[in-house]
Design a protein around this ligand. Sequence first.
Ligand code: 4AD
Ligand code: MG
Length: 436
Amino acid sequence: MKPIKFEKIRDILDIKNIDKTFCIRGWVYRTRSSGSIVFSVIRDSTGILQVTIKKGNLPEDEFSSAQKTLIESSVEIEGILKEDKRAPGGYELKVTGYKVINYAEPFPIVKDQSPEFLLDQRHLWIRSQRLTAILKIRSTIVGAIHKFFRERGYYEFDAPILQPNQCEGGSTLFEVKYYDSKTFLSQSWQLYAEAAIFALEKVYNMGPTFRAERSKTSRHLSEFWMAEMEAAWIDLEGLTEIAKEEVRYILNSVSKENTSELEILGRDREKLKSIADKDFPTITYTKAIEILNKKENLNVEWGKDLRTIEENALMQHFDTPVIVTNYPLEIMAFYKPPDPKDPKTALCFDMIATEGYGEIIGGSQRSLDVQYMKKRLLDSGENVENYQWYFDLRKYGSVPHSGYGLGVERVVSWICGIDNIKDSIPFPRTMLRFKP
Ligand code: 4AD
Ligand code: MG
């Protein structure tokens, strides 16, 4: 086989140049041989293509190497494009040249294996069609988030991952040995972003976030990616508008760029698009409790956080994500301020996704009252000395400001229709798993 230009499978299937010779390279996705003919399907990062290798159409030694190639071997193939209604995509290559780059050993992953086995084999399983589709959509989502904020004049701002403070409660901190002392892995970028707004006004970031979650749910990871924003001069209402716009922007990007991936995942593209076209309602926590107790016949006490079952019951009443504001102050983090119009509640919100995917965004206006925040921290057993630097931010030109964090894996799970959040990240870390 002469070294010619290699085409991507999707380009071949898009252009459909019948009877033309093409070269492709990739991995054997399926293969079966019967006597003088081998039928294989080859995959590359863009798609799959059937190849038919017939004795006599290519050199004898190349034919016999095709006969003994197992799935996941890497190969370079030359062939002539033909129409074949039975082939995936409707086309196949009639092979005239076949070169094996690496003969794969028998692949450990076969049909119907347990989820735990597949997680042990994650380094191999990420090449599956399903995970490849999810990873492509994840890449679109990450790209869309960067684009969304940059188009609106936000600066990307980086905070340390090793942090001396908690942001979202001490119980989920990961402690790290730091020379002869100790520190923690970041629970949120927020406190540092609050320092940045005095220089940059509008900042965003997407980075690894760590929570020692003791719960084994389908929504919690110990290491996840959070896309956060923080902006000066913005109140709760302005904040929720940005959040809605961001989620619609993400939905539009995926429905534009990932048609074939959504199809592989069996996800209805039109449905995603129609959500993006609608306005998302905003209700208060108190109203949500009313819906749950009156329309769902639940008995939820005012003051309790909404659990998965309550969020799911609430979402029976909506076909778009919903913004829930004004959660009870007492169960909120120390930096969320009371609403002057309803001081039992905080100037905060969660965005809850449709179809039982739960909270995808959490955010708030930020308290400007140092005494209030000190008290909240003391009440939860924190050493307020460690927050002196944060309180300084309220002393030198303090301004109203707000921000939120979007859980990247929660959004990937929702958009892809994934049952368990573990499949929304390449190598999941949970309470029970930190390998491979
Ligand atoms: O609601 P959270 O805890 O908010 C914060 O951390 C704020 N400091 C953000 C901010 O205002 N800058 O987390 C934000 C989002 C949640 O809505 C959820 O989508 C996701 O992060 N999240 C998780 N995702 C996966 N696994 C976990 N254990 C998660 N914990 C939170
Ligand atoms: Mg939250």
